[in-house]
Ligand binder design. Structure first.
Ligand code: FES
Length: 159
């Protein structure tokens, strides 16, 4: 069982997940991390340390995978993720006003999560849809040709 450094996290779900994966090899690391994140809502670092000891997969390898894939989070994450583009095409079409409105509506800075865990707000360099500038994404939904006044009605759809 976990040592004293890990006392504030409940490891039972992680134990059950590990058992369900049976013989673990490195190929199963991504699905394992996905499952852990699905259950905990993020990837608690103490759980990663504990899993490393249990499985023999080095923590450095886990963190390498986590930092490579943007789907993984080691901090508590909101139920919905807003990504506001700050790229050049979006910037010249007014993305700073979109970001300011999100900050004002949700009272969060980029990289932060609302207190009710409803949203995590991120800014990104380009969403790959510059023709829609200015653009934001909420989860997997794109919202293009945005104005600041469209932000609140869009966010209302995500509870
Ligand atoms: S610069 Fe915003 S989508 Fe590319």
């Amino acid at each position: 069982m976990p040592d004293q450094l890990q006392q504030s996290v409940d490891f039972k779900p992680a134990e059950e997940i590990l058992q369900s994966f049976g013989n673990l090899n490195h190929d199963k690391l991504i699905p394992l991390l996905q499952k852990i994140q699905e259950v905990y809502g993020y990837l608690p670092v103490p759980v990663l340390s504990w899993m490393s000891k249990k499985t023999g997969i080095p923590e450095s390898r886990m963190h390498g995978v986590i930092t490579f894939y943007s789907q993984f989070y080691t901090e508590p994450h909101g139920r919905h993720t807003i990504r506001c583009c700050e790229g050049t095409a979006c910037h010249v079409k007014g993305s700073p006003r979109i970001a300011d409105r999100i900050i004002e509506e949700l009272n969060v800075k980029p990289g932060e999560t609302t207190k009710d865990m409803r949203f995590t707000f991120e800014t990104v360099a380009c969403l790959g849809t510059c023709f829609l500038a200015p653009v934001m994404m909420v989860n997997n939904d794109y919202y293009g040709q945005l104005t600041a006044d469209k932000v609140a009605p869009i966010l209302k759809n995500y509870t």
